[in-house]
Design a protein around this ligand. Structure first.
Ligand code: EPU
Length: 417
């Protein structure tokens, strides 16, 4: 298992380019199962989770061709199997995104139930309830979701809570269902909007994406399309935090500042100097970083996917930062690892109180999930001496190699095989 070895305390500077968004690429790739046509994707980040999704698509009979650099063509001329087996789903929960497309295309789908994971229980009951509302018969058997519907029917469905992949699964099912479906209390994340852009290009009518109510008029058949994946706002925000911690001047390029409003507002309140352009943001380490409280929330609120990284930043802010996690019930696994580096953090229920600034000192730490790993990398940049992060495969699921990107900025980060 690879490790990252970071020697902290260096001053960084330069430009970092942001890749396509993992969480936009995953549903978009799954949407290729909705058509016999060819779907060509650009700006696809070549990450472990994306490769897993491509394997899932191949398992269902799709032809997958890697083009130049970050482009991929997928053609699901026919569906070879309507089953997403345990071995694939257990390595990546987002495999559940094939449920909606397979059911709409084949009239049946059998998808292994994803288990809980390091950040919480993460059930998919709402995906299933919503599909049942579209006329699917849904059963749970032998660890699998079995869904059947000769023909799905359009529905008017209100999500009982905001779910990102739940919204995406239903959008895909509705796009291949004749008639108009209305979904209420939808996720408003930019990745949902990006999926809507693709579904429109494939021939469905989609309105209201980016708001709480999405209306979809589906078609019996959808066509091929070309689609460019939006930039990864979580990768961009992670580098903004790196800039605020350790950079004389950092340009975060090829990003979309409009997707990062909550993060930018928080950094500004913390005293971080920022200049946002059309597609880039320049950031620098402030003289004095001040503590700011934050609570995670669905978009446009502060993203749960940035909570761990912000906690690393908060260890260096003067005062007490109260960080409340409202989306997942156990997304504080990074706390004990940050403490090993010398952070002063108290957890009360869903709130972590971070007292800073703390002088961090390098230590051996363990990555527990994707975003927790990123927070340890950030802390390692400012810790005195050497930090060794074990289990970086978590990081590789969602970030282009950080040792390469940070290395180009002057950081001492080395991958140890
Ligand atoms: N929930 C239910 N029942 C459901 C669906 C969700 O109770 O049927 C609960 C979840 O347990 C959670 C809350 O609703 O407490 C919100 O979860 P959501 O469904 O929105 O999460 P997700 O769709 O499974 C996506 C991202 C996550 C990100 C969350 C929240 C993808 C592939 N994953 O997950 O990304 O944290 O939305 O924004 O888009 C990551 O990239 O590190 C990551 C975990």
């Amino acid at each position: 298992m690879d490790k990252l070895r970071i020697r902290g305390g260096r001053e960084l500077a330069g430009t970092v380019r942001i890749a396509g968004a993992k969480n936009a690429a995953l549903p978009a790739l799954a949407a290729a199962l909705l058509t016999e046509g060819e779907v060509t994707f650009a700006n696809v980040p070549m990450l472990r989770d994306v490769r897993t999704m491509l394997r899932v698509l191949e398992h269902h009979g799709a032809r997958v061709e890697n083009g130049s650099r970050d482009s991929v063509t997928v053609q699901a001329g026919s569906i070879a199997s309507h089953e997403a087996p345990y071995d694939l789903v257990k390595t990546m929960r987002a495999s559940v995104l094939v449920l909606g497309p397979l059911l709409a295309r084949c009239g049946r789908a059998r998808v292994s139930m994803p288990g809980g994971c390091a950040i919480g229980e993460r059930p998919i009951d709402i995906h299933l309830d919503a599909l049942a509302n579209m006329g699917a018969e849904v059963r749970l058997e032998h660890g699998y979701v079995e869904a059947r519907a000769k023909r799905l029917k359009p529905a008017d469905y209100t999500f009982p809570l905001v779910t990102v992949t739940g919204t995406e699964n239903l959008m895909m099912a509705a796009a291949l269902t004749e008639g108009t479906s209305v979904f209420r209390n939808c996720a408003r994340e930019p990745e949902v909007v990006d999926l809507a852009v693709l579904l429109r290009a494939m021939g469905a009518e989609v309105d209201g994406d980016g708001t709480e109510v999405i209306r979809i008029t589906g078609r019996r058949e959808l066509g091929g399309a070309e689609h460019t994946v939006i930039p990864d706002r979580v990768e961009a925000a992670t580098y903004l935090m790196a800039g605020a911690l350790a950079c004389r001047r950092l340009e975060v390029a090829d990003c979309r500042p409009q997707d990062l409003k909550a993060v930018l507002a928080l950094l500004e309140s913390a005293g971080v100097p920022l200049t946002a352009g059309e597609t880039s943001i320049v950031v620098a380490r402030p003289e004095k970083l001040v503590a700011v409280d934050v609570a995670t929330a669905p978009h446009p609120g502060f993203p749960t996917d940035m909570q761990a990284q912000y906690m690393a930043l908060a260890t260096q802010a003067r005062g007490v930062s109260r960080i409340t996690e409202t989306i997942f019930e156990s997304r504080f696994m990074h706390v004990s690892e940050l403490r090993r580096l010398g952070a002063r953090i108290n957890v009360e229920g869903q709130t972590a109180e971070v007292t800073g600034p703390a002088a961090l000192a390098g230590a051996q730490v363990m990555a527990t999930d994707l975003r927790a790993s990123a927070s340890l990398v950030l802390a390692g940049l400012v810790a005195d001496g050497v930090t060794v992060i074990d289990r970086v495969y978590h990081l590789d699921r969602g970030y282009e190699p950080m040792e390469v990107k940070l290395g180009a900025l002057g950081a001492s980060v080395e991958r140890v095989k």
